[in-house]
Design a protein around this ligand. Structure first.
Ligand SMILES: NC(=O)c1ccc[n+]([C@@H]2O[C@H](COP(=O)([O-])OP(=O)(O)OC[C@H]3O[C@@H](n4cnc5c(N)ncnc54)[C@H](OP(=O)(O)O)[C@@H]3O)[C@@H](O)[C@H]2O)c1
Length: 328
């Protein structure tokens, strides 16, 4: 049996998601919430106190210089993932980096190069890949429970009046609905169908230049995926996967689903799969497993998977004319 390594985690950027992530680290065997680094010592100390973290650093550099940190979780805005992930890997740390891994394909490739040259683990924090419902549904699709799958209809949309200066609408921080939320529908279509043959996209923009709504149609040899992300409408957040013999519906807030339904003309069967913690526990376990095996990427969400995902997102952005200031 695999002997699992006990890993000391360091949180880089104690923002909203890092707070949730920290709660789940504390639920996983062999994961020690050891250190936090913030651009402000006060924020680092506050976070450390709230989540029982041993070391609080007032700079990211100090966090990366701690020899007892094994793996860094990057919870900063999109525009900074590459910079901090590469700095962490060059310091010899393994990295779990929030989605999207990089802003575009060039950034993702540079990050993967850093993982290879330093021989450290790197994974995009696409936690939904490890969600028990999504894992089980992928198995059911392979078994053919709804026949030949040929249509995915999935969105990720909320109605929120986000502040103009906040991360979501700030182009300097690579805000907008596609990178923040749309990545999940693109991810689900990719999991079900793979890389598309054709991509068609359209967006509506906020005055800051951030995309308020982005729709994409991905076409495959044997199917179509219809995707939407947005800040301007509520959604049932139920993902729908259709086949010749029926359909599978992933429960509301499908990216963190706690079950699913198989529906056809005759009947409807529900399956419940409770989640451990908020649901980040599974990606944390995956990092520990892979690192214990000496891997630098996860076979379940590999470097190539992150490359494919960002290539689809890049094409969507190209079609709608969405560029971030750092891209020139
Ligand atoms: N997996 C999920 O469920 C999920 C959910 C929401 C968001 N996310 C992802 O998590 C990342 C962070 O999102 P968030 O909502 O947690 O963001 P947030 O609340 O704004 O936090 C980001 C943190 O990054 C640090 N930071 C570093 N440079 C910064 C800059 N130039 N401007 C602002 N903050 C900066 C800040 O911490 P210090 O200044 O204290 O160092 C800040 O607290 C994004 O990649 C997002 O897509 C994932």
């Amino acid at each position: 049996m695999l002997e699992k390594k006990k890993l000391n985690w360091g949180i880089l950027g104690p923002g909203k998601i890092s707070k949730k992530f920290a709660q789940d680290v504390n639920l996983v065997d062999n994961a020690v919430l050891y250190a936090v680094g913030s651009r402000s010592e006060e924020r680092a100390k506050k976070f450390a106190q709230a989540y029982h973290v041993e070391k609080a650093y007032g700079s990211y550099e100090d966090l990366l210089n701690d020899p007892d940190v094994d793996i860094i979780y990057i919870g900063t805005p999109h525009n900074s993932h590459k910079q901090y992930a590469i700095a962490a890997m060059n310091a010899g740390k393994h990295v779990l980096c929030e989605k999207p891994l990089g802003l575009n394909l060039d950034e993702v490739k540079e990050m993967i190069d850093a993982s290879k040259s330093n021989q450290v683990f790197l994974m995009e924090a696409l936690w939904s890949r490890f969600n028990p419902t999504i894992v089980e549904v992928l198995g059911k699709l392979k078994e053919g429970v709804i026949g030949e799958v040929n249509y995915v209809n999935v969105d990720f949309s909320v109605y929120r009046d986000f502040p103009v200066e906040g991360r979501m609408l700030n182009m300097d921080l690579a805000g907008g609905s596609l990178l923040d939320m749309g990545i999940y529908p693109v991810f689900l279509a990719y999991l079900v169908f793979g890389y598309p043959e054709q991509i068609l996209a359209a967006s509506r923009f906020h005055e800051t230049g951030a995309d308020m709504q982005t729709a994409a149609i991905l076409k495959y040899k044997h199917g179509i995926a219809n995707l939407l992300s947005g800040f301007s409408s509520q959604s049932d957040m139920v993902a729908k996967i259709h086949g010749t013999q029926g359909r599978i519906l992933l429960n509301r807030r499908w990216h963190q689903a706690d079950g699913y339904k198989i529906v056809n003309d005759q009947d409807e069967t529900s399956f419940q799969l409770p989640i451990k913690g908020i649901g980040y526990t599974y990606e944390i376990e995956e990092c520990i497993d892979c690192i214990s095996r000496g891997l630098i990427e996860s076979p379940k969400w590999s470097h190539q998977n992150s490359v494919d995902l960002i290539k689809i997102m890049d094409e969507i952005r190209k079609q709608v004319g969405l560029k971030y200031p750092s891209e020139g």
